[in-house]
Design a protein around this ligand. Structure first.
Ligand code: BGC
Length: 750
């Protein structure tokens, strides 16, 4: 990646964030400059400026990868910024490398020394090439940032900006173990800015600013006030009793401080980020009135993802739910797929993306984003005997895990990410690289799990998160689910083996097919023997998640599937059409119902507004998906549980069903070259539409109901074949815009 560049670091500690400075002159006598390309990276996070101008609007470079094995390198065209004599500045923040990580209060997990590296390739009209690179000749001075931490926030002192910098020396760091490689996925960037929606004084007399929705990023401030005075911003997702609700952030202080210079200052804390809707503002010159007059705006950040999927219906609450899923995707796809973006966690929990991957892959082009993260999954696995850790990058291996989740070993759903995530990306994009890059990881995962199953073939030993956050589990014990952990784990093992068989068939890996088929078939047999009671026509572990997984993953034969659907529908009805499933079951419960002739029950479950349900948070004003159904209790107080995030995409996996079943567009072949268009109108919804920008072009489905008749419009681009099923219609259509109508009977299973 770098030819001559060296990693450099301040020789002596700097007070605050260091800026490393290098100067270079263009080689004379070679005509004009044709192209200048900058490559740069860091141990820490780095922002680069050439001749005083930022080289791009990339943020948090080089993101968070499994640094022990791969540190990514940003590359950008800087031709327009180069001058005959140029100055390159690299300012370093602590980021994930040296800042706080995890709720165990760890810091400096990867190292205690920040460093940067850069190289500029210059090409001249006569073909001459010049390479200019970071080395021992650089100097260092203190930037305007006094303190920075992803969890705790950033302090910027504008008085440092005008002062003549005191230059100190850099030291070349010998780090042969650091492996630099290009980004596979997109960089992080600002997505949009949001104005202040409202501002007021809280009961305690504090200035509260509301940006109107829960977002991830920071507040940019333009302010003038007495030199040395400090503006303090504290961020929170929700209010409680009129004040900012910061308990859910746990130890994350999420506080930015701006020290004013005495003249007009602009502050943007780019070495941190927060999950917030509300900000408590202290020390703003002129107080509330001045805040209302302007100067504050929220900057939403996310990885650069192309939006591909849309959904809309006649129900505003359902539309808001969908919008919330989109928001939670943006907020948690900040360089890597995280559980949440606000508290002292923000980790790449594998289970969350395992269940959410299909939804995200419809809403956005996440192919490269997830391929990049999967590279870390593989590399972690290679160093942990095939175990897919709970979080990737796996920081828990350094800081330890709480007693109740030990010993660390493969766990269902979470470790299945190595199979489920590539499969979801493959189905959306048809990009076979995601399979070939991860097939070894899938094999080592399945071989390792095979070594964990009991004699009976069940995966019923060792620690499992199981049906995490079952709504009937007490707030302080989220693993206490109704679903049997062995049942959940064995069902997941079956699903992974089943998908892996299909993967090796795609790749032509005939050498391993029968091994996987054997595992798949043996797991299915063991599951059925232990958990299926055909005589009683019940599962022995009689709860919704068990039925949902058995049906959705294909563990039952046709007759069993039919009675299992009936049992599931009975349970859903008995629970008053309120959610009764956790992390494992929730993504599959609607499919299990609508696939067994219980569309009506699925519809009532989806449209339920009482807690727990998907729409309850929407009725409470949610603008993102919550971690718990009742993160905010009906009385407006925050759930007392330790884990109460208001921005957790996992339960948003329901949007996948809304796209595929309710609106009716599902892939049958990878890359959507063949799709099923089979809308499933439910009571309470009069119309729905969805579109997906596939690799072949936009596919769109829209239906509208008039009495028992459904009018359908389907747009199919060249290269895509659609199988249309609606009422008595069963047709295969190609490119074009097609309109048809049919009588629709909701109870028929498809
Ligand atoms: C995270 C979850 C995660 C879980 C694992 C939580 O703290 O926020 O989303 O998957 O732990 O148990």
């Amino acid at each position: 990646m770098f030819t001559t560049a060296r990693l450099i670091s301040p020789a002596t500690p700097v007070d605050g964030a260091p800026t490393l400075v290098g100067r270079f002159a263009l080689d004379p006598g070679h005509g004009a400059l044709v192209r200048a390309t900058l490559r740069y990276s860091a141990l820490g996070i780095v922002e680069a400026a050439l001749n005083g101008a930022r080289v791009s609007d990339d943020l948090l470079t080089p993101g968070w990868s499994s640094y022990e094995w791969r540190v990514r390198v940003a590359e950008t065209d800087v031709t327009a910024l180069v001058e005959a004599e140029s100055t390159l500045e690299l300012t370093l923040g602590n980021g994930w490398y040296r800042g706080s990580l995890t709720w165990m209060g760890a810091t400096g997990v990867y190292g205690d020394r920040l460093a940067a590296i850069a190289e500029v390739d210059l090409v001249f009209t006569d073909g001459h090439k010049q390479v200019w690179a970071s080395d021992a000749s650089w100097s260092v001075h203190a930037a305007d940032t006094v303190k920075d931490d992803l969890y705790h926030g950033q302090t910027i002192d504008a008085r440092r900006r005008g002062a003549a910098p005191v230059a100190a020396e850099v030291e070349v760091i010998d780090a042969p173990s650091v492996h630099f490689e290009p980004y596979i996925g997109p960089s992080v960037a600002p997505v949009e800015t949001l104005p202040v929606r409202d501002a007021w004084l809280s009961p305690a007399g504090r200035v509260i600013v509301d940006f109107g929705e829960n977002l991830v990023g920071w507040v940019r401030a333009e302010v003038a006030g007495p030199a040395g005075s400090t503006v303090t911003l504290r961020h929170a997702e929700v209010l409680e009793r009129g004040e900012i609700g910061i308990r859910p952030l746990r130890s994350a202080r999420a506080t930015d401080r701006f020290v004013l210079s005495g003249s007009a200052d602009v502050f943007e804390p780019r070495f941190t980020f927060h999950g917030f809707r509300y900000v408590e503002v202290d020390g703003w010159p002129g107080g509330l009135d001045a805040v209302r007059r302007g100067g504050l705006e929220a900057v939403r950040i996310s990885s650069r993802l192309r939006r591909t999927g849309t959904f809309s219906s006649s129900d505003p609450l359902l539309n808001q739910l969908h919008e919330n899923v989109v928001n939670s995707t943006l907020g948690n796809f900040v360089d890597l797929p995280t559980d949440c973006p606000q508290r002292d966690e923000r980790l790449g929990w594998t289970g969350d993306i395992a269940v959410f991957a299909p939804t995200s892959a419809y809403l956005f082009d996440v192919d490269d984003f997830l391929r990049d993260w999967l590279r870390d999954v593989s590399v972690e696995q290679q160093h942990q005997g095939g175990v897919v850790p709970y979080v990737v990058p796996d920081v828990l291996k350094y800081v330890g895990v709480p007693q109740d989740i030990t010993p660390v070993d493969s766990t269902a759903v979470w470790s299945d990410a190595i199979v489920w995530v590539p499969w979801a990306v493959w189905m959306a994009s048809g990009d076979v690289r995601v399979l070939s890059e991860n097939v070894e990881g899938m094999l080592s995962h399945l071989r390792h799990v095979s070594s964990l199953v009991s004699e009976s073939g069940l995966w019923d030993r060792g620690f499992q998160f199981g049906d995490w956050l079952d709504p009937d589990a007490p707030p302080e014990d989220p693993a206490a689910a109704k679903a049997d952990r062995g049942l959940v784990a064995t069902a997941c093992l079956y699903r992974s083996a089943d998908l892996a068989v299909r993967v090796v068939e795609v790749l032509g890996r005939w050498d391993v097919r029968s091994e996987l088929e054997h595992l798949r078939d043996a797991t299915r047999r063991a599951f059925r023997e232990a958990y299926v009671d055909p005589g009683e026509q019940r599962l022995r572990n009689h709860c919704e998640t068990s039925y949902a997984l058995a049906i959705a993953f294909g563990l039952l034969d046709d007759e069993e599937r039919s009675w299992a659907g009936d049992r599931l529908a009975e349970l859903v009805e008995a629970s008053g059409h309120r959610i009764s499933t956790g992390f494992a079951g929730t993504p599959y419960v609607l499919d299990a119902l609508s696939g067994t002739g219980h569309l009506d029950t699925a519809g009532r479950l989806l449209l339920q507004r009482e807690c727990p349900s998907w729409l309850y948070p929407v009725t409470m004003g949610a603008t993102t998906i919550w971690e718990r159904w009742d993160s905010m209790l009906p009385n407006g107080t925050i759930n007392p549980g330790e884990m109460t995030s208001f921005n957790h995409y996992a339960l948003g996996a329901v949007a996948d069903w809304m796209h595929r079943e309710l609106a009716g567009l599902a892939p049958l072949e990878p890359g959507y070259s063949r799709v099923r268009v089979a809308p499933r109108p439910i009571d309470g919804i009069d119309d729905a539409s969805t579109s997906y920008d596939s690799v072949h072009g936009r596919i769109a489905v829209a239906w509208r109901r008039e009495g028992a008749t459904v009018h359908l419009e389907v747009t199919v681009p060249p290269g895509v074949v659609a199988e249309v099923r609606l009422g008595e219609v069963d047709a295969e259509i190609g490119a074009g815009v097609h309109r048809l109508s049919a009588e629709f009977a909701p109870t028929v299973a498809v």
